[in-house]
Every structure is written in structure tokens, then in C-alpha cells.
Design a protein around this ligand. Structure first.
Ligand code: SF4
Length: 110
């Protein structure tokens, strides 16, 4: 989980509030996730906003708090989700170690 209050707010602000994650899902026999047309009972279908957002983890028994670790592990978030896109960007950026290793390998080939 983001460590300080500023990081937590930035994390929360990533959400586009599209509501796409707020529909029931089912796992198909082939293991893939299918999103149904059944919305969470707290989702306002007109605004796509959660009607109990501040208390969603107390009243929405299936609502899960998204963390960077959870986003990396789950397969039920929609592809369009801002957190999924964020995670893909994180994976695309090479670490310092990877960059150093690649640099060393290219030097050896010369
Ligand atoms: S799908 Fe992602 S971006 Fe959209 S409301 Fe859910 S958490 Fe936010």
C-alpha cells in the first residue's frame, strides 16, 4: 500500500471512476473472467459512482481495497482500468539493475 498520505491520495486519484470494476464477474470453465451486466447494489448506474464510496469496505462485502500488489496479482480488473494501465507502465519501465545489465552485455559484445 502507498506509504504516506500524499502517496495514498495519488493512488486514489488514479481511479477514473468509470465503474467498470463494479459489476459482478464469473469465472468461465476455461479460467477466463467474464464481467456480467449485474452491477454492485451500491453502484449508481447513471453517474457510475459508488453511492457509499467512503464506507464501501464496511458495507460492500465483496469490495476489495486495491493496492499495487493486488493489482499485479488479480485477473478480474478490466483492461481499461486505470490501475491495470498503471501496472503495465510500471512493468514496462526497466529497473536500474536491468539497464546496467543490458549496458554491460552490450559492452562485452563490442
Ligand atoms: S475499473 Fe479501475 S479505474 Fe474504473 S472505477 Fe474501477 S478501479 Fe477505478
Amino acid at each position: 500500500m502507498p506509504e504516506n498520505e500524499t502517496d495514498r491520495k495519488k493512488w486514489e486519484q488514479l481511479c477514473k471512476q468509470c465503474g467498470l470494476c463494479c459489476f459482478e464477474k464469473t469465472r468461465l470453465p476455461n479460467g477466463r473472467i467474464m464481467t456480467t451486466r449485474i452491477p454492485c447494489r451500491f453502484l449508481d448506474l447513471h453517474t457510475r459512482q459508488c453511492r457509499v464510496y467512503e464506507h464501501r469496505f464496511e458495507v460492500g462485502e465483496e469490495c476489495q481495497k486495491l493496492t499495487p500488489q493486488l493489482v499485479a496479482e488479480v485477473d478480474w480488473l478490466p483492461e481499461e482500468c486505470a490501475y491495470v494501465q498503471w501496472h503495465k507502465q510500471q512493468c514496462a519501465v526497466p529497473s536500474v539493475e536491468q539497464t546496467d545489465t543490458a549496458h554491460r552485455k552490450s559492452k562485452k559484445r563490442r
